[in-house]
Design a protein around this ligand. Structure first.
Ligand code: CTP
Ligand code: CA
Length: 227
């Protein structure tokens, strides 16, 4: 599809996209984080808006300009992201979880900066599990016919791992990236396979994140119930 000639095939739809990476604070100056740039999520938000959707972008710690015509909801932690995504998902036709959500957070938050102790080893950092937002959204389906999409970066047996994760999460589509030598963190381009709960497999060749985003929206649109 030529740029600037986007069809309005998502008009009248509300879509929720999460992007970026959560940060889990240890004390007022430190956090556990990850290297997600948010670029794929922003590309999804931009392309959905260009195709006529109302877009809520739940953005975790991104340093990217707000896409025009998109409602941006900034969040920090996984717990905040969960709240905002569930809130927006209430009337959403689709939810796409492109954010890297931290699996764990520090069990305790120190309200004062953690200091070194002379002649003493540091305390180990105890972690607890974060909620699984994708599994929760997919299990809830507050709106009938809502389409739920996850992302996964895998190594080794990429497709088998992806297939198992799709089933475990209960989502309709899972976009699987192979990670390794050529990392996708911060890159402008991406390459993936989109797995469907219906058994479908859609390879997306190496290319701009917008192209992958458009393929995701094509697959989402095809799964909307007839209205
Ligand atoms: N995800 C989520 N909440 C979490 C962790 C992940 O919503 N606490 C979502 C991500 O946004 C992504 C999908 O689940 O869309 C897959 O994330 P991934 O980290 O690959 O899944 P995990 O179940 O955490 O598996 P792993 O142990 O391989 O990290
Ligand atoms: Ca994870």
């Amino acid at each position: 599809l030529a740029r600037g000639a986007a069809p309005a095939d998502l008009s009248g739809r509300h879509v929720v996209v999460s992007a970026g990476g959560t940060r889990e604070p240890l004390d007022p100056v430190r956090y556990l984080g990850n290297r997600s740039s948010g670029k794929q999520g922003y590309a999804l938000a931009r392309t959905a808006a260009a195709r006529g959707a109302r877009v809520t972008l739940v953005a975790a710690n991104t340093a990217l300009p707000d896409p025009a015509g998109v409602h941006v909801v900034p969040v920090g932690t996984a717990v905040e992201l969960r709240e905002r995504v569930l809130e927006a998902a209430g009337d959403a036709d689709a939810v796409v979880m492109a954010a890297a959500v931290a699996d764990f957070r520090p069990a305790a938050y120190a309200t004062g900066k953690i200091k070194k102790q002379e002649g003493r080893d540091p305390e180990p950092v105890a972690l607890v599990r974060n909620p699984d937002v994708l599994a929760e959204v997919a299990g809830d389906r507050t709106r009938p016919g809502q389409v739920v999409v996850g992302f996964a970066a895998e190594t080794d047996d990429v497709l088998a791992n992806g297939r198992a994760k799709l089933v475990r999460k209960g989502c309709d589509l899972l976009v699987v990236n192979e990670v390794g030598e050529r990392r996708t963190f911060g890159a402008e381009e991406n390459e993936a396979v989109v797995l469907g709960a219906d058994g479908s497999e859609t390879p997306v060749p190496h290319g701009p994140k917008e192209a992958l985003a458009d393929t995701v929206w094509d697959l989402v649109r095809d799964r909307f119930p007839r209205s």
